[in-house]
Write a protein that binds this ligand. Structure first.
Ligand code: SF4
Length: 168
């Protein structure tokens, strides 16, 4: 029976921690089972990096989370404030939390400049998307923690080898 712990974006658990003061609660039986079994380790990298709720929307300008980690691009608000430092700090906190809790993988919120796993906003604040990871997802992946987003929760369960347990 698998009992690996899972780092999870707090907004997916219904916590109102998003930039607009809202949540993005994910209602899925797998998430409920993992919650009941005490396997979830909640984080919000943007809050943990020192940003408030609510806060100005921010996007990665001209790249993705990998580029931010490499120092090539920045995370900025629509008003032009550079919030890269807070995003990097929050990503490092998330990695520390994942390691301390022994998380094998993370379930993160797609399209976020912190948590996005496969797609993020394209930096124009026009609603467009581009392929790429957010800053936290990129740092986790670089350090061997696999990231999955809410539209791919079945793949996370398969990665964790939860099939027998979840059907029990
Ligand atoms: S930083 Fe991640 S956990 Fe926090 S609100 Fe954004 S997507 Fe959700």
């Amino acid at each position: 029976m698998s009992s690996k712990r899972i780092l999870v974006s707090r907004c997916l658990l219904g916590d109102p921690v998003r930039y607009d003061g809202r949540s993005k609660a994910l209602h899925h039986p797998l998430l409920e089972k993992w919650k009941i079994k005490g396997r979830l380790v909640p984080v919000c990298p943007e809050l943990d990096g020192g940003l408030p709720v609510p806060r100005p929307a921010a996007e990665i300008s001209g790249g993705d989370g990998e580029d931010v980690l490499d120092g090539a691009v920045h995370v900025v608000t629509e008003q032009g404030t550079d919030v890269t430092g807070a995003f990097l700090s929050g990503a490092r906190r998330a990695l520390e939390t994942a390691r301390a809790a022994g998380c094998a993988a993370a379930l993160l919120k797609e399209r976020s400049p912190s948590c996005g796993c496969r797609r993020i906003h394209d930096g124009t604040f026009g609603g467009g998307l581009r392929e790429g990871r957010g800053v936290t997802a990129a740092l986790l992946e670089r350090n061997g923690i696999r990231t999955f987003c809410e539209d791919n929760i079945g793949a996370l369960a398969a990665f964790l080898d939860d099939g027998k347990e979840e059907n029990a």
